[in-house]
Design a protein around this ligand. Structure first.
Ligand SMILES: [Zn+2]
Ligand SMILES: [Zn+2]
Length: 208
């Protein structure tokens, strides 16, 4: 398959790489139909974040079709349309059960205190091969995948992989109640998702 592979700062290549395989009964293989570039990827490319291990496939935003699912993935089967969450979460540890998926104690192979496990990131995040590829192995697929309704297009769904929840979280942290005024500093993609999320929270006035 083809994938976007990190080789070093400023050295990103579209290459042929081996197809991903199921490695655990809770894995699924997803054939990606859309993928996106996040500002985090640009930090890796520009060398303004902790370095990525050479030969890591980049990307943590994707939608696609389940190609096959391991025997423990009982909620998805081949052909299902899905959004891939940027962060990988087991769904059963104490943090996952409380809804703090990015603090999952089990998804990161470096142990319970290692922090967020996500696709296409630095050594400390797994590393897990990313989603700027034709296919990807999805660990903990029962939790990490979300079913996509038929009437939602790939382009509509892909922001929910990472960037829209980032803006939503910012609006949520602002403790918005209906009618309140909100100031958003920065109108890039995340800022715009925060503005949209504030309208969903019935903000009164939004200054951006
Ligand atoms: Zn991102
Ligand atoms: Zn967990």
């Amino acid at each position: 398959m083809r994938a976007v592979v990190f080789h070093g700062i400023g050295d990103i290549r579209l290459e042929d790489v081996p197809n991903p395989q199921l490695q655990a009964p809770s894995d699924a293989i997803v054939h990606l139909t859309a993928s996106a570039i996040c500002g985090t990827d640009l930090h890796f490319v520009h060398g303004t974040a902790e370095p990525v291990k050479p030969e890591t496939i980049l990307g943590h935003e994707g939608v696609g079709l389940v190609e096959r699912a391991g025997p423990e993935v009982r909620n998805f089967r081949g052909g299902d349309r899905v959004v891939v969450c940027a962060t990988i979460a087991c769904g059963v540890c104490v943090y996952c059960r409380a809804g703090y998926y990015s603090q999952c104690e089990r998804a990161n192979p470096h142990g319970p205190l290692a922090g967020t496990a996500f696709f296409g990131g630095q050594e400390a995040s797994g590393p897990f091969p990313g989603l700027q590829a034709q296919k990807a192995r999805i660990p903990c697929a029962a939790t990490t995948l979300v079913r996509m309704p038929e009437q939602v297009s790939d382009d509509q769904a892909i922001p929910t992989s990472d960037i829209f929840p980032t803006g939503y979280f910012a609006a949520d942290l602002a403790d918005l109640r209906p009618g309140r005024t909100l100031a958003v500093f920065g109108c890039g993609p995340v800022g715009q998702c925060a503005i949209l999320s504030a309208t969903l929270h019935d903000a009164g006035r939004i200054a951006a």
